[in-house]
Design a protein. Structure first.
Lengths: 168, 129
């Protein structure tokens, strides 16, 4: 009689133990899933940041790639093949307008103005958050370097279709 | 009165079995998604590296040796090879047809044997002097 009662007691404990193991396994699978999802989103975000900056500039350059339409210089408009600003120029009703693309205060910025006016870097619109953006031009090859917020640097070379050293 | 414990035990054993199957499928899905995500990140890097190499080749008028001298890498039997952060990118010059010079660019991620990204590029061949 007593043996039978003990047997029932052990059965109950075993059921509880099995339930505990089951609960732990569920938790483990959930944590694994959450970890995997976190890694995926982090990696995707890093990839997005890495490619977006250089691809954005590449798109703008392709759009404005006319003879003398693309050059690198200082923000004030002085041409310098290792300058910090990319100039995309266009003629509107006989007047020259510049789209300046540059980095200032933690962001890649864009500023569209006439060629004659005096403007400051903070006047531009923020396009994308980044740690740095640099340009260099050698002949018809324009090299864009961008460092994203995570510190990863991407470099993209572009051969200007309009060819040759662009002039302002 | 008979105990219900054996019945509960059987029920839980079946539950654990079903859970184990579901968990196996889930873990497999996690591993697969991780692999796809890694491949996608590697391809992103490869696209930028391959595009850059193609543009440098174009800027040198389709001359791989000239491009290698200017922008780095090595040339062997017409194959221009360079390293990038995530692996190796190579350009093989093809034929000239109707004034158009073609080449194929392959980017292979580190630890991989197959190209993660391939690109066919063409430019106007420089006139022979």
């Amino acid at each position: 009689m007593r043996w039978g009662r003990e047997q029932h007691h052990i059965d109950g404990v075993f059921v509880l133990l099995l339930f505990g193991v089951f609960a732990c396994c569920i938790l483990l699978v959930l944590l694994t899933g959450a970890g995997a999802y976190q890694r995926l989103t982090e990696r995707d975000a890093a990839s997005y940041e890495r490619r977006t900056a250089v691809q954005y500039v590449a798109g703008k350059v392709r759009h404005a790639d006319t003879a003398g339409g693309v050059f690198v210089g200082d923000f004030d408009g002085t041409p310098d093949s290792d300058g910090d600003t990319l100039f995309l120029s266009e003629q509107v009703d006989g007047a020259t307008y510049y789209t300046r693309i540059y980095w200032y205060d933690g962001a890649i910025r864009e500023l569209y103005t006439d060629a004659e006016g005096q403007y400051a870097p903070e006047d531009g619109d923020e396009v994308l958050s980044a740690r740095s953006l640099s340009f260099s031009q050698s002949g018809s090859l324009l090299t864009i370097g961008a460092t994203d917020d995570g510190g990863t640097r991407s470099t993209l070379a572009l051969s200007l279709r309009s060819g040759g050293e662009a002039e302002p | 009165m008979r105990s219900k414990a054996p019945l509960l035990l059987m029920e839980q054993l079946i539950m654990v079995l079903v859970f184990a199957l579901a968990a196996a499928v889930c873990v497999q899905a996690f591993v697969l998604s991780d692999r796809i995500s890694r491949r996608s990140a590697a391809r992103d890097q490869a696209v930028i590296a391959a595009e850059s190499m193609a543009e440098q080749w174009k800027a040198c008028g389709g001359d791989a040796a000239k491009a290698a001298a200017a922008y780095g890498g090595s040339v062997e039997q017409g194959l221009w090879t360079k390293n990038y952060d995530g692996g190796e990118v190579s350009l093989l010059g093809g034929t000239d047809e109707g004034g158009l010079r073609t080449a194929s660019v392959d980017a292979v991620a580190a630890g991989d044997t197959e190209a993660v990204y391939s690109l066919t590029v063409a430019c106007q061949a420089e006139a022979e002097s």
